[in-house]
Design a protein around this ligand. Structure first.
Ligand SMILES: NC(=O)c1ccc[n+]([C@@H]2O[C@H](COP(=O)([O-])OP(=O)(O)OC[C@H]3O[C@@H](n4cnc5c(N)ncnc54)[C@H](OP(=O)(O)O)[C@@H]3O)[C@@H](O)[C@H]2O)c1
Length: 324
């Protein structure tokens, strides 16, 4: 097998494509022949030692992937050799093969491609948990999605529309806004050139959005929160923009609004049954055509460094997927 190895977490340049012995699965593990692996924001942070999870060195990055089960370890009963699965295990995806914990593997139903499977779990689970569980979004409410053309943002647009909400998608370029419109957003704001607060006032008749989905943080957070509707819910999803914003606490008071944290990874660990029910609903929505990963492009696995450059330059729309 071959894989991108991180022996020194000082950045993407230090990754090397190496031949490694193909491993044998231990108890509770499966060997997967990887067909596709997507890039998520944590994949960029983990190779720079900037992510909360710090794997033992050396490690193979690649948090999320899909492929064919080639061998089963002891005690694995719910998977079969030859089955196609998607898995989000945190590492291991950027290679030709990996060992994965069987309990994290989601069998892909017929018609669910490996490329879509590799780009599904992280973004759709995060956005479903955020909008359905944490924000209790209702049909007819208005959602503002920041960073709306990114991985979790595009999933949030589709899920909010599937729930019957009105979506205002905000992004940094006209091209990104056009993608959001194509995905079903009712209105867009280009915060690269428009004033976010003014645009929100105009689009909501001064009322403000009921729910704000924020995976960007930085300078957008305070003007966005100042625009929220009475009883609004502000979802803290991530800080792709860099600095972690601080908010004056009089703002939630004045709007009777809630600041709501979203941490899908811990939700999945702490509430596995609720997470499994959510994943089943998402798979059903995929089958019904209500949601579908937005794939910016696929690249050959050995072009990983080019994919990282694209992601770091803020030019990706939806997801990048590496394929073998
Ligand atoms: N809380 C959770 O459970 C959870 C789960 C998954 C991901 N996340 C977090 O959510 C965030 C977004 O993840 P993602 O996979 O959607 O990432 P992504 O596809 O790269 O999208 C991030 C978006 O953020 C915007 N952005 C603003 N400033 C940026 C900068 N300096 N560099 C890069 N992007 C910038 C970009 O949109 P514009 O150019 O339009 O501004 C970009 O499309 C990350 O912080 C990630 O860690 C959280």
């Amino acid at each position: 097998m071959h894989a991108w190895l991180c022996e020194n977490p000082i950045g993407v340049d230090a990754l090397t494509w190496k031949e490694l012995p193909t491993p044998t699965p231990g108890p509770g593990q499966v060997l997967i022949q990887i067909q596709a692996a997507s890039l998520n924001f944590p994949d960029l942070l983990i190779v720079q030692n900037k992510y909360q999870m710090k794997p033992e060195l050396p490690f193979v990055p690649g948090s999320e992937y899909a492929g064919v089960v080639q061998a089963l370890g002891e005690g694995v009963k719910h998977l079969k050799v030859g089955q196609t699965v998607a898995c989000l295990s945190g590492t291991g995806g950027f290679g030709t093969h990996t060992l994965a914990p069987a309990k994290l593997c989601m069998p892909l139903p017929d018609g669910f491609s490996a490329i879509d499977g590799a780009a599904f779990i992280m973004t759709y689970a995060t956005s479903h948990h955020a909008l359905v569980d944490r924000a209790a979004l209702k049909a007819g409410e208005t959602v503002l999605v920041l960073g709306a053309a990114g991985g979790v943002g595009t999933a949030a647009i589709q899920i909010a529309k599937a729930m019957g909400a009105k979506v205002i998608a905000a992004a940094s370029t006209d091209e990104k806004c056009a993608l959001c419109t194509a995905l079903g957003a009712d209105a867009t704001i280009n915060y690269g050139r428009e004033n976010l607060r003014e645009a929100l006032k105009t689009l909501t008749g001064g009322r403000g959005p009921d729910v704000i989905y924020d995976p960007v943080g930085g300078d957008l957070a305070e003007p966005a929160f100042r625009s929220i509707a009475w009883r609004g819910r502000y979802l803290v999803v991530g800080f792709a923009g860099g600095p972690i914003p601080a908010l004056p606490l009089n703002l939630p008071l004045l709007k009777g609004a809630s600041l709501v944290g979203v941490f899908w990874g811990d939700f999945a660990k702490r509430e596995p049954q609720a997470n499994a029910a959510m994943m089943a609903e998402l798979a059903q929505w995929y089958g019904q055509g209500k949601i579908k990963p937005v794939i910016d492009r696929t690249l050959p696995m050995n072009d990983l460094k080019a994919a990282y450059t694209l992601m770091g330059s803020r030019s990706v729309k939806g997801k990048l997927v590496m394929v073998n």
